[in-house]
Ligand binder design. Structure first.
Ligand code: PHE
Ligand code: FE
Length: 283
């Protein structure tokens, strides 16, 4: 088929999914029959390890929604998740062969369809994978789609992405995605907790992000995050912290057009930058 397997982001490796299965919107049927017993076992082991680790480290909303993912001992069927998810927030998960280009990605999100890579990592990648696989996408992203405010935020992000594309600001907006939806932390009653999918689906980074003294943690400022480069192949050096999903939603509701114009005149910041105006958050 005529779709281009374009990867956005800094990765130079070709994506490994089979894009000949994808339709014009880059979605495909979940290839459930293709999973081997070893694939299901990998999912089961990842789920066991991660679900044992999240109490005390993941935000309350995530912990409350995690059981809604369903099957633990095998890769869930997306249609099974959708029965519950659609009722909860009107979202659906759709299968994709891997990373997809910006415009189809934003379009799916704006329509409350979350693209989930359908293949699973190899045992050699058990601890860390650079590309999203079905475990990262399901365990990391899908539970919070059951949370109404965050669910609305992701849809708004999709619509905002289409606008950023028209304004040539996708790189800036994708940094905000990285530092919130992928690697965001939240201050909750009992302390710092993770809500970003890249943290929640990684055993090493979950502890690093929430507990380690190494990284710096800065109160989220939208413009600041959009200026900041990020690393895709190591733990983050900087995490941005919110107080609630409502706060994140409210901070990102204003029209970003003037911010994008401002960013054209501001220098980019390295991943470990610390500015005098940054509000550091203690563990
Ligand atoms: N408010 C942003 C804009 O006008 C869109 C957006 C919403 C971006 C939510 C990120 C998250 O472009
Ligand atoms: Fe992700």
């Amino acid at each position: 088929m005529a779709v281009e397997p374009v990867v956005y982001g800094a990765s130079e490796r070709p994506p490994r999914g089979d894009y000949s299965r994808a339709g014009a919107d880059y979605t495909c049927p979940q290839n459930y029959a293709a999973y081997t017993a070893a694939d299901h076992a990998t999912y089961h082991k990842l789920y066991e390890r991660q679900s044992a680790l999240v109490p005390g480290l993941a935000c309350d909303e995530f912990l409350a929604a995690l059981p809604s993912l369903g099957a633990k001992d095998q890769i869930p069927r997306f249609e099974d998740i959708n029965e519950r998810l659609f009722k909860a927030t009107g979202w659906e998960v759709v299968a994709v062969p891997g990373l997809i280009p910006e415009v189809p990605f934003f379009t799916l999100l704006a329509n409350r369809k979350f693209p989930v890579t359908d293949w699973i990592r190899t045992p050699a990648e058990f601890d860390y994978i650079v590309e999203p696989d079905v475990f990262h996408d399901l365990f990391g992203h899908v539970p919070l789609l059951f949370e109404p405010v965050f669910a609305d935020h992701i849809q708004a992000y999709g619509a905002g992405g289409l606008k950023a594309h028209r304004l040539g600001a996708c790189e800036q907006l994708s940094r905000l995605y990285w530092y919130t939806i992928e690697f965001g932390l939240m201050r909750q009653k009992n302390g710092l907790r993770a809500y970003g999918a890249g943290i929640l689906s990684s055993s090493g980074e979950l502890v690093h992000a929430v507990k380690s003294g190494e990284p710096q943690r800065i109160a989220l400022d939208v413009l600041r995050a959009m200026r900041t480069r990020y690393k895709i192949d190591s733990y983050q050096q900087t995490y941005f912290v919110i107080d609630s999903f409502q706060q994140l939603f409210d901070m990102t509701t204003p029209d970003f057009t003037p911010l994008y114009a401002q960013l054209k005149h501001l220098s980019e910041l390295p991943a470990d930058a610390l500015l005098p105006e940054d509000k550091l958050i203690e563990r």
